[in-house]
Each structure stands twice: as C-alpha cells, then as structure tokens.
Write a protein that binds this ligand. Structure first.
Ligand SMILES: *[C@@H]1O[C@H](CO)[C@@H](O)[C@H](O)[C@H]1NC(C)=O
Ligand SMILES: *[C@@H]1O[C@H](CO)[C@@H](O)[C@H](O)[C@H]1NC(C)=O
Ligand SMILES: *[C@@H]1O[C@H](CO)[C@@H](O)[C@H](O)[C@H]1NC(C)=O
Ligand SMILES: *[C@@H]1O[C@H](CO)[C@@H](O)[C@H](O)[C@H]1NC(C)=O
Ligand SMILES: *[C@@H]1O[C@H](CO)[C@@H](O)[C@H](O)[C@H]1NC(C)=O
Ligand SMILES: *[C@@H]1O[C@H](CO)[C@@H](O)[C@H](O)[C@H]1NC(C)=O
Length: 306
C-alpha cells in the first residue's frame, strides 16, 4: 500500500522568491580539484572556485539523523552520504550554510575509516560550500561513505529548517519546526550536494519528545526508544529525488486520515483546534488522488510538500 503524506499546514507559508543571494561576482578561473600532496592541514586552501559543485562525486544515498530541540530552538544531526567517486581526488566538496561541523570522516565500502583522525573541513562561506580533505586518495570507480556531524539553531524566516509558532485558543504559544528547501536551502539543514541534478535516496530518522510527532516524505517504518525519554522515528527510504524535495516537520499536530478507492491513505495534519476544519481538505485530497489514479495506472506517490 502506498502512503501519501499530504500536509496541509494552515501556516504563514511565505515564499520569499528571489531572496536567495548567490555571489555571482568574479568567479575566479576554474581550478579542478585533483591530487594534492598530503601536507599539514594548516596550509590547505579551498580546492574549488566555482559556484556549481564538481561533477566527479555523485551522492547516492543519504542517511540523515536529526535531533531537533524545540526548547533550545536548535538541532544537532549527522549525515552519512554514500558517494560514487568518478575521478581520483583528495577532496569532497559539497554545500553547507550556517552549520557548525563538528566531525567529518570518510569510510570505505567495508566501513573502515580512511583516516584515524577527524578530517580537515575548509569553508567557502560566500559559495556556501565546504571542502573535506582526505589524506588518502579517493579512487575513481569506488564508493565511499562520507560521515558528518553538525549543529545549528533553527533558521529565522521561512527557509531551511525553521521554527514557527502558533497560538492556541487559550493564548498559549506552541512551537513547531519545519522545512522549506526550495530552491537551495537544504544546505541550511544538513550538508548536502544541493543541486537538483544530484538525485539520491534518503533515509531519515528524527528524535523527538513523545508529546510531538514528526513527519517526512515517507511513512514511518518504526519508532524506537533512544533513552532520555526520547523517541526516534525511522522513515522509509525515499525514491531518488533532489535535495530541495526533502521535507520534515516536528509538531504537536493531530491528523485525520481517509483512504482513496484504491486504498491509498491520505492524511491531513493540523493543530488540534483546527482539525475540524480539515474535513473539506481531506475530501478534496482524496478526490484528487482518485482522479490521478484513474489517469495513471500505477499508484502515484508524491513527497509531502510543506
Ligand atoms: C605552510 O606555509 C608556510 C608559508 O606559506 C610555510 O612556511 C610552511 O612551511 C608551510 N607548512 C607546511 C607544513 O607545508
Ligand atoms: C578526470 O580526470 C581526467 C584525467 O585527469 C580528466 O581528463 C577528466 O577531465 C576528469 N573528469 C572530471 C569529470 O573531472
Ligand atoms: C531540549 O533541551 C532541553 C534542555 O535545554 C532538554 O531538557 C530537553 O529534553 C531537550 N529536548 C529534546 C527533544 O532533546
Ligand atoms: C567522529 O565520528 C566517527 C564516526 O562515528 C567516530 O568514530 C569518532 O569517534 C568521532 N570523533 C569525534 C571527535 O567525535
Ligand atoms: C573489503 O573487504 C574485502 C574482504 O575483506 C576485501 O577483499 C576488499 O578489498 C575490501 N575493500 C576495500 C575497499 O577495502
Ligand atoms: C532509490 O530509489 C529508486 C527509485 O527512484 C529505487 O528503485 C531504489 O530501490 C531506491 N534505493 C533504495 C536503497 O531503496
């Protein structure tokens, strides 16, 4: 059975079109990253001068673990990205914006660390890129796992991984955290190859307090206790998709669910007090899906858009 998570958040969804500033000015001449002699990391210089990422490292699968905290309004996380290396190189260059990187390592296919030490991470803030230096050459034709730990505060505004609040009828303010990644804000939530042509599968895990729920593109496979009274939701692996389609929400919303004629589950989430107002939205969503199922023989699945 296909699960369709359709999120209708009655929230100020401001689309700040054009707010992304990319520094287009005077991009220095192309300087391909390649073999570099292992030297003291003090003397490393950023290996890549273009806005677009090098093409010779392809992300295949992201294992993303997130631990958002709606009290401290910050999050920590780790991402393990399986990469396909198509040219010998000592460098992995990818996007990251406003994230504190605490640990970066590279492992081979056998999950053996290439280096005993935490790898040097260089930053190119104006291009929103980081470069991770491996003293051992990554070999063309091999696959590796890039592992990075990071932390940040929730973003202010409506891009990246940001916090929102809503007020209950008793005047209490509640906080939730959600994502808006289009076109280039996934890099504010986790280090990634944040260009639409780099499509990969995603396996997302989110830690939360029991009084909250978490939602992402895919249904939850299981929820486990992870100590400190926290639960971890483990979401199913996604189809191959671009970073900007990844989405998640941590909130105390409730849901109503209905099934289409072919058994596709449609759920609508809303703040507990707005839940009664969602029945029309649910009816429309179910009808819409019935329509699409009629015109396409296979069940459709689309990522929850927030
Ligand atoms: C780093 O660069 C400085 C000057 O640019 C040089 O004196 C020093 O020897 C270099 N260190 C290493 C380890 O290459
Ligand atoms: C890979 O390396 C070869 C030889 O150094 C070079 O000719 C080629 O352009 C490189 N390809 C990419 C995608 O960087
Ligand atoms: C968030 O941080 C506070 C302390 O600042 C802690 O008491 C709480 O358990 C944390 N929540 C989560 C979900 O980790
Ligand atoms: C960095 O992460 C690796 C992989 O999980 C771990 O083995 C290592 O202990 C970590 N290092 C630090 C300094 O946190
Ligand atoms: C992984 O382990 C196998 C068996 O131990 C070995 O043959 C292979 O060379 C290893 N691969 C890498 C990339 O180290
Ligand atoms: C990744 O997504 C593709 C479809 O886009 C799917 O065929 C493949 O099985 C997925 N990979 C994993 C590991 O689930």
């Amino acid at each position: 059975m296909v699960f369709v998570g359709l999120l209708v958040l009655s929230l100020f969804h401001l689309s700040l079109v054009g707010s992304h500033q990319s520094s287009q000015h005077a991009s220095s001449p192309p300087q391909p990253a390649g073999e570099q002699p292992p030297e003291g990391s003090d003397n490393l210089s950023f290996p890549w001068s273009r806005l677009r990422l090098p093409r010779y490292i392809i992300p295949l699968h992201y294992h993303l673990h997130l631990h958002p905290n709606l009290t401290s309004l910050s999050f920590t996380g780790s991402v393990q990205i399986q990469i396909d290396v198509q040219n010998n190189t000592n460098w992995v260059v990818l996007h990251s914006k406003g994230l504190k990187i605490s640990n970066a390592t590279i492992l081979d296919q056998n999950l053996t660390h290439l280096s005993d030490q935490v790898l040097p991470v260089l930053h190119h803030p104006s291009h929103e890129q980081i470069g991770i230096f491996s003293p051992r050459v990554l070999s063309s034709g091999q696959k590796y796992f890039l592992y990075i730990e990071f932390a940040a505060d929730f973003a202010e505004g409506f891009h990246g991984f940001y916090k929102s609040t809503y007020r209950t009828s008793t005047g209490e303010t509640r906080t939730l955290a959600s994502t808006h990644f289009e076109p280039t804000s996934a890099r504010m939530a986790f280090p990634c190859f944040d260009e639409p042509s780099f499509k990969a599968n995603y396996s997302v895990r989110i830690k939360r307090n029991p009084e909250y729920i978490s939602l992402s593109n895919m249904p939850i496979v299981k929820t486990v206790e992870v100590g400190d009274g926290l639960l971890e939701d483990q979401f199913d692996v996604s189809v191959k998709m671009s970073t900007y389609l990844v989405a998640f929400v941590i909130c105390d919303f409730k849901s109503v669910t209905a099934a289409t004629s072919s058994g596709v589950q449609v759920s609508i989430y809303a703040s507990p007090e707005k839940l009664q107002q969602t029945s029309y939205a649910l009816e429309v969503a179910v009808k819409m899906l019935d329509f699409y199922e009629d015109i396409s023989t296979s069940a459709i699945l689309f990522p929850s858009k927030i």
